[in-house]
Design a protein around this ligand. Sequence first.
Ligand code: NAI
Length: 286
Amino acid sequence: RGKRAFIAGVADDNGYGWAIAKSLAAAGAEILVGTWVPALNIFETSLRRGKFDESRVLPDGSLMEITKVYPLDAVYDSPEDVPEDVKSNKRYAGCTNWTVKEVAECVKHDFGTIDILVHSLANGPEVSKPLLETSRNGYLAAISASSYSFVSLLKHFVPIMNPGGATISLTYIASERIIPGYGGGMSSAKAALESDTRVLAFEAGRKHRVRVNTISAGPLRSRAAKAIGFIDMMIDYSLENAPLQKELSAEEVGNAAAFLASPLASAVTGAVIYVDNGLNAMGVGV
Ligand code: NAI
């Protein structure tokens, strides 16, 4: 039987989530995605109208099939956690079962089990503010959407993951080195995500034989990255300074994720894997 993957954080064809879905599909996996509720409508409409067809093409010429799109807001674990103003917000009102617990229940009901869980989402409302100017609420919101969201996804999905399964998240080197401009507590959120990768690798490994890794990816002009505001500068910086002087493609990160999710990586867990043209290894720019 082919493997089944749930990829949280796909809302267009520009980001790492989409590229990971494609690499997994190319390797024969069945693809389920979780799409942020406010982005769901436009994503599904675009998908239906064929707007993504060109980017759905797999190496063998076939088109990637997404078996099902689930609405998801990874900031809420169960319906009791959803505040009134969100419940009644018109972008959420027409939609049900999008808290993490409910999505896991729906996937279980529809498919029984999964083999691969991908977390490709982040949000920091104050990302453009330096850490020194970040509010407590902004900092906690960054951690909630970008770090705890992974703990919650794993907690709710691990019971329906087949032993030998794998989970992957996406992180950024701002967790360990100073990257001015990556503010709002997002650097802190990525540090938490990387630390949690180790602890969760232990807990999910011992309990369920599930592996937990994170990919520290280089800069990509995704929707989220464009919102931060300095992505073109980071891409130029990498082109100039990284050991491999080429633009990083989302597909390269997708392929690394497919490796990590496969039996080829059966002894790799608790790791931060750099897929960044080697930029992380540089000490000075040259
Ligand atoms: P993206 O915009 O394709 O993906 C982010 C996704 O998160 C979007 O689909 C958005 O709708 C979703 N999202 C935001 N809040 C959510 C919530 N509460 N619940 C559910 N979904 C939510 O952008 P990108 O850049 O591909 O981001 C994917 C991951 O890659 C993120 O973790 C990001 O930090 C990481 N990353 C990105 C880099 C880049 O240069 N683009 C570099 C290193 C890591």
